[in-house]
Design a protein around this ligand. Structure first.
Ligand code: CO
Length: 210
């Protein structure tokens, strides 16, 4: 059996198991999508949103990209954000980074990686913002982990800069923005930053008029 054939076979077993446990499972899920959370995470295969939060299909609306970035020209991410905030009306937006992130580590090198340079440039900009602090950390892996934390904070600020979030905050005090980081070596999520409509830590230059 080819590896991809195993996936299709496992899928049949999984679907049968769900129906065994709850005969209405798929008919109920197919009619309604009301997740409370939008998850913006890293594409890394070791950080799957549902598994690590022990949630079921239907509970989290998910967007993943390399190094969990919120880039203000990324139509894909912005479309997901707008749909989640304005149509699904999520209460929480979570940006989840992780220690040991390959995207973060790559951004800390001077290797020319071609197209992906443009994406990783966003991480280099965060590095430059915090250069003094980061360069006090001698160990390269620890410095990468600190940059991963700082990058999550920066992505939360990037979310707060969007008119999508600002409009939602003005009209309904929703959603709350959460910056989390996941440790691959113990499976634990750490809460590192929170922002909501009442505690905007946003420079006034980014604030749109009501
Ligand atoms: Co990663």
């Amino acid at each position: 059996m080819k590896p991809y054939e195993k996936l299709l076979l496992e899928n049949k077993a999984w679907a049968a198991e769900q129906i065994d446990r709850d005969p209405e499972y798929f008919s109920r899920l197919s009619k309604l999508q009301t997740p409370e959370f939008l998850w913006i995470g890293c594409s890394d295969s070791r950080v799957p949103a549902n598994e690590i939060t022990n949630t079921a299909p239907g509970e989290i609306f998910v967007h993943r990209n390399i190094a969990n970035l919120v880039v203000n020209t990324d139509l894909n991410m912005l479309s997901v954000l707008q749909y989640a905030v304005e149509v699904l009306r999520v209460q929480h937006v979570i940006v989840c980074g992780h220690y040991g992130c390959g995207g973060i580590k790559a951004a800390m090198t001077n290797v020319d990686l071609g197209l992906i340079n443009k994406w990783l440039r966003n991480i280099k900009d965060t590095y430059r913002l915090h250069q003094a602090e980061l360069e006090l950390v001698e160990d390269n892996d620890r410095r990468a982990d600190r940059l991963a934390e700082l990058s999550v904070e920066e992505q939360i600020i990037n979310l707060a800069k969007t008119s999508i979030i600002q409009r939602a905050w003005q009209s309904e005090n929703r959603p709350i923005l959460h910056g989390w980081i996941y440790r691959l070596t113990d499976g634990i999520l750490h809460d590192i930053i929170k922002m909501d409509a009442r505690t905007p830590r946003l420079d006034p230059i980014y604030q749109y008029k009501k």
